[in-house]
Design a protein around this ligand. Structure first.
Ligand code: SAH
Ligand code: MG
Length: 195
């Protein structure tokens, strides 16, 4: 991977207020991926490709990432970025709403990274579980949503997102096939490992 390009991609995304993965969150995920060396990763929410490019470094030889993004101009920029970083062989972008695209996927994934619309996390979880390989890991970003999720304040205008994030976390924790931790890094990171 081309690290100089990666720094530029990150800088530009931050300047444009694109919500790319935060450094501390990336650090936690990277450590786990380095050990796991996944063959196939599924990402929900590509934005401009920053996290996918970062994760591609930890793929097993011949491994690949499928990533979904619904905004056309972000898909276009992600494609350019992936090229600049010289990882276009490893990353496949699917343009469209993940709610429609995920049910058409039939593969098995070693790692799923959920990082898109918070109101859809319970649905994304269902789809992730359907495709998660044995010993697979689900990472979900922004699960504490600026602290709203763990506070009892309910009159927030984002209350649908908050309600669905709470439902998502409750489902993770109730699921006996998973071992789940919720970390306060970044905007909140859930890590769920299939037993
Ligand atoms: N993973 C990226 C950041 C993703 S930001 C990184 O860390 O670099 C979240 C992205 O998800 C946004 O670009 C948004 O357009 C996209 N998104 C939100 N809901 C979606 C959906 N239902 N289907 C597809 N993309 C979605
Ligand atoms: Mg995020």
């Amino acid at each position: 991977m081309n690290k100089t390009e990666l720094v530029k991609i990150k800088q530009k995304a931050l300047e444009e207020h694109i919500p790319i993965i935060m450094d501390d969150t990336l650090e936690v995920i990277s450590k786990i991926l380095k050990e796991k060396k996944p063959n196939r990763i599924l990402e929900i929410g590509t934005a401009v490709g920053y996290s996918a490019i970062c994760f591609s470094e930890f793929l097993a030889e011949g491994g690949s990432i499928d990533t979904i993004e619904r905004e056309q101009d972000r898909v276009a920029e992600a494609m350019q970025n992936i090229k600049k970083a010289e990882v276009e062989e490893k990353i496949h972008i699917f343009e469209g709403d993940a709610v429609e695209i995920l049910p058409t996927f039939t593969g098995s994934y070693d790692v799923v990274f959920i990082d898109a619309s918070k109101g859809k996390y319970p649905f994304f979880l269902k789809e992730a579980l359907r495709m998660l390989a044995p010993k697979g890991i689900i990472f979900a970003d922004n699960v504490l949503y600026k602290g709203y999720v763990m506070s009892d304040y309910n009159k927030h205008k984002q209350r649908t997102a908050v309600r669905n994030l709470r439902e998502f976390l409750a489902e993770l924790q109730a699921n006996e096939t998973l071992e789940t931790e919720i970390l306060e890094v970044g905007d909140g990171l859930a890590i769920a490992r299939k037993r």
